[in-house]
Design a protein around this ligand. Structure first.
Ligand SMILES: Nc1ncnc2c1ncn2[C@@H]1O[C@H](COP(=O)(O)OP(=O)(O)OP(=O)(O)O)[C@@H](O)[C@H]1O
Length: 301
């Protein structure tokens, strides 16, 4: 079932188009990642969908209706959430629940339920100032869920965390997505591949790729040869760009990633040349393009 439909959504800051007439839909039960480089317009889009920023133009319909205030339906965790460090985790959640118009008793009950859900029951009486980054972010997730929203919007939920905190939050999101539709932004492509089943890639205010993660990957799938040399072989690498079976050569230091139109031919000719020229290699491996390759291609275009 369609949860949200976004049409011609636009945001201008002065003369600058931060978001340029974007269109997409969110289906109930989806977990969607919004990807894009810095400044692509992710935060601006998420704030408009959360009802926190008025669009310059465009429409957002929720379950088929244009509602004047989206906030009751949406749980939002900002990129830089602020907590009152002197409050305990539980006090903060009860306070957030009351702000979201739950009565005191309901707010207490829902807080206990969510503390359990995000694994913070043991720390609920401790002051937030003493929480780790991962714990704070899990508390932020609980706060965003306090009023049982239909859609959870998370802006870069794991970007500021260390590897441990990041794992905690990603695991939590995997649990939450079983029950709640999630839209989250990230610039970490690996996280998008791990958690989401749909992706949207933004670039310069536009959505340039959208669709199911698998479908998008399949339709952009291209064979790749990865070579690690013992020294830089830029001369040879620039010469192979001439072959019709080579579509792109990306090299960095002693490694090269060669995108091919024809794997069999590419493997055969490139190996032969390496042997003939006696190029010292450490690794020669065939693979397929990743989400990162697709991302780089669309944001460089
Ligand atoms: N309040 C504002 N006033 C003026 N310009 C703004 C404002 N908010 C955002 N912008 C500009 O709009 C563009 C999109 O910003 P936005 O924060 O949405 O990007 P983003 O994709 O979330 O980037 P990041 O990954 O760095 O958070 C940027 O060029 C930014 O400088």
């Amino acid at each position: 079932m369609e949860l949200m439909r976004i049409r011609d959504l636009r945001k201008k800051f002065g003369h600058m188009d931060a978001v340029k007439e974007i269109d997409f839909e969110l289906e109930e039960g989806m977990c969607v990642s919004l990807l894009g480089p810095n400044g692509a317009g992710k935060t601006t889009t998420l704030k408009m969908l959360s009802g926190l920023l008025a669009p310059t133009a465009g429409t957002i319909t929720f379950k088929g209706e244009q509602v004047s205030d989206l906030r009751p339906f949406i749980g939002y965790l900002p990129q830089y959430p602020t907590f009152f460090p002197w409050m305990t985790g539980k006090e903060f959640l009860v306070f957030a629940g009351q702000l979201a118009t739950l009565n005191r008793k309901e707010a207490e009950r829902r807080s206990m339920e969510l503390l359990e859900r995000v694994g913070l029951t043991h720390a609920m009486k401790r002051r937030i100032g003493g929480y780790s980054g991962g714990m704070k972010q899990r508390l932020g997730l609980a706060q965003a869920l306090i009023h049982r929203p239909s859609l959870l919007i998370l802006d870069e939920p794991v970007s500021a965390l260390d590897p441990l905190g990041r794992r905690e939050v990603l695991d939590m999101m995997r649990e939450i997505k079983k029950e709640t539709t999630i839209l989250f932004s990230t610039h970490v492509l690996h996280d998008a591949e791990e958690i989401s089943d749909h992706i949207l890639i933004m670039h310069a205010g536009d959505i340039v790729v959208s669709g199911g993660l698998r479908e998008v990957m399949e339709s952009n799938r291209q064979p790749v040869i990865e070579i690690e040399f013992e020294s830089q072989e830029s001369e040879w690498l620039s010469s192979i760009g001439e072959y019709s079976f080579v579509s792109e050569v990306n090299s960095q230091g002693n490694t090269a990633k060669i995108l091919l139109n024809d794997l069999i031919k590419g493997k055969h000719v490139l190996l032969k040349e390496i042997v003939e020229r006696n190029l010292p290699i450490r690794k020669f491996e065939t693979a397929h393009t990743t989400l990162e390759d697709l991302f780089m291609k669309v944001v460089k275009a």
